[in-house]
Design a protein around this ligand. Sequence first.
Ligand code: NAP
Length: 212
Amino acid sequence: MATKQNGKFKVARYGVLGGTFDPIHNAHLHVAVVALEELNLDKIIFIPSGIPPHKAKHEVTRADHRLMMTTLAINGNDNFFVSETEVNRAGESYTIQTMRELRDENFSAAEFYFIVGADAFTQIETWAMYEDLLKITKFVVVTRTGSDNKTLDETIEKYKNNFGADIYKISIPNLEISSTDIRSRIKRGKNVEYLIPAVVVEYIRKYNIYKN
Ligand code: NAP
């Protein structure tokens, strides 16, 4: 929403962090913190996917559990919000649809920055209507410190030239935390404390998620 500051309207700038979040972990949260700081964003909206188009359906935990784990993880941070839009939408969760919805709901009173890891971004040509997505959405690509960025830089340059895309890069320390590893540790009865927020550990225990 646009707010008035020193007599002028200021357009709100929201980061959007989409993910399967199966489960959400501390690297996801750190990415959100760094994006907020580096790009001076007003808020971060976490959007758990309903049915992720790029993952086989049987692999993914129920959307209500992933939504609740995300909600618990961000609880207490006034700059973080969760959106249920993809979870409530029938069918697969296409980012183009989500970003169009956000844009249409807010007219031109807000700018949206889709935050995405470098690995996911390099697959963007497999996403639905990716060319349109690059035209209507600003992107924040998260790189891991020390990783080779040459190919990524070339890709970003290509999208800027071809589609007039607005793409920013931020770098975070290489946190070797992955949802796949967390699921595997839980299945093997290993400890996942300090990889995910304590409230999420409790939730997973309570509902016996990732045991099978
Ligand atoms: P995810 O595994 O839950 O992770 C969410 C984001 O966090 C990803 O961008 C991921 O980047 C990043 N991340 C995870 N672990 C990290 C770590 N240790 N350090 C730094 N970054 C880390 O999400 P996802 O399933 O890949 O989906 C990402 C978004 O892309 C979702 O919103 C999804 O809907 C969207 N998507 C859309 C389409 C489509 O519209 N057709 C297709 C595919 C994906 P990395 O991949 O680099 O780890």
